[in-house]
Design a binder for this molecule. Structure first.
Ligand code: BGC
Length: 284
């Protein structure tokens, strides 16, 4: 089954069809630049351009780089502040003529990494951190997402640490990998001390170069690069928009560290399972 996801970022808006079984892209990505100023009407028009490129018909999963509650943007750290209070699903729905499901970008990435990626099979608390223009954080416990964590704005030394440890900070300040890794270390240590995760998954475009900074980190928590890098948001949003049930089930008999991942709505034998096979993930 195919779905469709669009990732709205501070600099680009990208979309692709997604194979909802594998979590992989089923088409090339098509990208347009995020209009500046990134007002709701301008961004919705850009999303419509991306969707029209594929002639997609069906529900569109749409990531947004801010808090999203019931489709409404509540913050706007890296987009125009006129988004605050705007219903993303209504505005993008009007521009595309299609039903839209909106979700925080890090939460969408967290879902993709949990269902198909680097956190698949991990029991306990997984923290997916996306390092990009901002810092996005998804909290997933035994496959269940706790949406809108906003821990990218954790205060360290009395100030929001996002502008210091984001991937954008490395570029803006022309930091060496070593210097930047020290900041990422500081940030992840703070998260670790507060939340004691079982796994960190580091995503965002910079995870493509994980070998440059991951070996420089010394954390208690096992830390791995994201599988989907920058495509996680598209895949996660497409799945959440599809209306399919959460794609995992905890198997009590499985050894610790294992969550049994099953094809949506199926048990191990491939037969349809009951209406609610276990704790369910929320779309955020
Ligand atoms: C926003 C988050 C978002 C993250 C990554 C932060 O500035 O507050 O909502 O997930 O950037 O885009």
């Amino acid at each position: 089954m195919l779905g469709f996801g669009v990732d709205i970022g501070g600099s680009g808006i990208k979309g692709a069809a997604v194979d909802l079984e594998e979590g992989t892209l089923a088409s090339d990505r098509f990208k347009v630049l995020t209009p500046q100023p990134s007002t709701p009407v301008a961004v919705a028009g850009a999303v419509a351009e991306v969707v029209a490129h594929f002639n997609w018909q069906g529900c569109v999963g749409c990531t947004f780089p801010a808090v999203v509650q019931q489709g409404v943007a509540r913050t706007a750290a890296n987009v125009d502040s006129s988004w605050i209070g705007t219903n993303i699903e209504t505005v993008v729905g009007a521009a595309t003529g299609l039903p839209v499901h909106a979700v925080n970008d890090a939460d969408a990435a967290g879902i993709a990494e949990t269902y198909w990626g680097a956190a698949k099979g991990t029991r306990g608390l997984v923290i997916v951190v996306t390092l990009g223009t901002g810092i996005g954080v998804a909290l997933i416990y035994d496959g269940v997402l706790v949406p809108n964590a906003e821990l990218g704005h954790l205060e360290i030394d009395g100030a929001d640490y996002e502008p210091r440890a984001s991937a954008a900070a490395r570029e803006r300040e022309a930091l060496s990998w070593d210097k930047w890794a020290r900041r990422v270390q500081r940030y992840l240590s703070a998260l670790e001390a507060l939340l004691w995760p079982d796994l960190f998954v580091l995503g965002g475009g910079v995870s493509r170069r994980a070998e440059k900074f991951l070996p420089l980190l010394a954390l208690k928590t096992p830390t791995v690069p994201a599988r989907f890098q920058n495509e996680a948001g598209i895949a996660g949003a497409a799945y959440l928009a599809s209306g399919l049930p959460p794609r995992y089930r905890i198997d009590a008999a499985a050894p610790a560290q294992q969550v049994q991942h099953l094809a949506a709505g199926q048990d191990k034998a491939g037969t349809p399972s009951g209406p609610d096979p276990g704790p369910s993930a929320s779309g955020g």
